[in-house]
Design a protein around this ligand. Structure first.
Ligand SMILES: Cc1cc2nc3c(=O)[nH]c(=O)nc-3n(C[C@H](O)[C@H](O)[C@H](O)COP(=O)(O)OP(=O)(O)OC[C@H]3O[C@@H](n4cnc5c(N)ncnc54)[C@H](O)[C@@H]3O)c2cc1C
Length: 447
């Protein structure tokens, strides 16, 4: 039999998945070590894959659903992001035409469906309160440019009829304990996730209805009659339907070739604070601040299993190789230290315990890599950064599309353009990295 698709590369995640590391020992799911058949195979156990699996159990109770992941649950990008599940688009339409406003309102409605899905998961599977925390987020401004950005964004929110609150310097201090921010724009609709706790909880909650295999990468996909035979290191899976939920690694199988941009971002998490440090910091128990300049630092104060800690993310790199070195993680970590020291002089001596990086997948035209890529294979990939919400939506849509259920989300995703072609590699690499560096330079005050 001729192999249809063969993966060229398996995921490598640099540094520890800190959100997972601070939790008690995780349940271990087996590695596949035999040949099996199933009705549905989901490849990838991130937001997209596990959301697809949950939706399949709702739509096709009794079918045999198998989920495999190359790594351990919650140790891939799904367990190493900053946990902002955001309802509002990053860039609201800058014009006032009704069609643009309608588009934004529709996107917000969909993102809120993803958020509702996460809230339902937390309730159904009785997850700890910090897992899906309807806390809202603040866009923190440091410079005049940041302040203007917040004011412009607030004006768009007015046109959309969306609620928000403008915070002054003192209010920012009362929330965060830091004197770094000059102003803030509070938006109540964002949910703050403990991402590893959420992914673990979703997997554990589903485990009585589906089968999950960790450390079981899909290596090959071969058509055999009506079925696909998926090769893994120690067993084959025969199935008529595959949902491919591997985000940028879709390209490793040869799908969307030359159309996906593989970007990494970098983060550090402090050790747990003691009572004196918690008191010295002050502010609220949990909060999340995104930067007014997208190249600035995203910061969270977390509290719950794993203690009270600060998590800070900044820096970007475009890496078509889909890999970055530990050395780069350490080097870029110095910018997280810088951002931390500027914000929290009262926490001098509190050390970073974890540093890591993770992959995102973007496309040039911000289009998802979604829909049938071969007979019986549906891709739910390329979340364009906001993958906690968009990955959840893509997973739901893939399950609905493949079961032919009514699906406004799938309709919306299918109506979008396909990811457009990137410039040839050296130009894409040079252009993207030069743009990132220039924008990081301009946004350095908000690092
Ligand atoms: C540091 C950082 C901060 C971020 N912050 C945010 C944020 O605050 N909010 C937000 O919305 N997004 C954020 N993101 C992006 C977000 O994490 C991703 O968009 C999201 O994880 C994508 O979900 P997914 O399920 O599509 O893909 P993933 O989470 O990448 O899941 C895909 C899974 O497929 C598996 N896989 C790959 N190849 C194979 C194979 N051959 N066989 C089997 N399994 C395979 C991988 O191991 C992985 O577990 C951040 C990302 C990073 C790195």
């Amino acid at each position: 039999m001729k192999i249809g698709y063969k993966t060229r590369q398996l995921p490598r995640d640099p540094g520890p998945a800190a959100w997972d590391s601070i939790l008690p020992e995780a349940p271990i799911y087996p590695q596949l070590d035999e040949d099996i058949t199933c009705d549905w195979l989901v490849i990838g156990a991130g937001f997209a894959g596990l959301s697809a699996a949950r939706r399949l159990t709702q739509l096709r109770g009794g079918d045999r659903v198998v989920v495999i992941d190359a790594t351990r649950i919650a140790q891939g990008p799904a367990g190493r992001n900053s946990g902002f599940m955001i309802d509002l688009p990053h860039d609201l339409s800058s014009d006032q035409y009704t069609s643009s406003l309608d588009k934004d309102l529709w996107q917000i409605k969909l993102n809120r469906q993803a958020i509702d899905f996460a809230k339902e998961v937390a309730e159904e599977f009785d997850l700890p309160e910090e897992t899906v925390d309807a806390q809202g987020r603040i866009n923190g401004a440091v410079t005049d440019a940041g302040l203007h950005h917040n004011q412009d964004y607030a004006a768009h929110l007015d046109r959309l009829g969306e609620g928000y609150e403008l915070l002054d310097e003192q209010s920012m201090h009362e929330v965060t304990g830091s004197r770094f921010y000059s102003a803030g724009l509070y938006m109540p609709g964002t949910v703050l996730l403990q991402p590893a706790q959420y992914i673990r909880g979703l997997a554990k909650g589903l485990a009585s209805k589906i089968e999950i295999y960790e450390k079981t990468p899909a290596l090959t996909m071969t058509k055999s009659g009506q079925d696909w035979v998926v090769g893994t290191p120690h067993g084959k899976i025969t199935t008529p339907k595959i949902i491919l939920a591997v985000n940028g690694h879709a390209e490793s199988f040869g799908f969307f070739k030359g159309r996906l941009m593989h970007v990494f971002t970098y983060a550090s998490m402090t050790e747990a604070m003691n009572d004196d440090q918690i008191k010295a910091l002050g502010g609220q128990k949990r909060w999340g601040v995104t930067p007014s300049d997208p190249m600035g630092s995203t910061v969270r104060k977390i509290s719950g299993a794993g203690g009270d800690r600060i998590v800070i993310r900044n820096r970007w790199s475009f890496d078509p190789s889909m890999e970055v070195s530990e050395d780069r993680v350490a080097r870029y970590g110095r910018d997280q230290d810088k951002g931390f020291d500027r914000r929290f002089p009262m926490l001098k001596g509190l050390k970073m315990e974890y540093r890591w990086s993770g992959r995102l997948c973007l496309s040039y035209n911000s289009a998802p890599a979604f829909g049938a890529v071969d007979d019986g294979i549906i891709a739910a990939c390329c979340q364009n950064g906001l993958g906690t919400a968009k990955g959840t939506l893509a997973g739901i849509a893939a399950a609905e599309l493949s079961t032919q259920a009514n699906s406004p989300i799938a309709d919306e995703m299918l109506a979008a353009d396909a990811p457009s072609k990137l410039p040839p590699k050296p130009f894409a690499w040079l252009g993207a990295n030069a743009t990132i560096k220039w924008r990081e330079f301009k946004g350095r005050a908000e690092i």
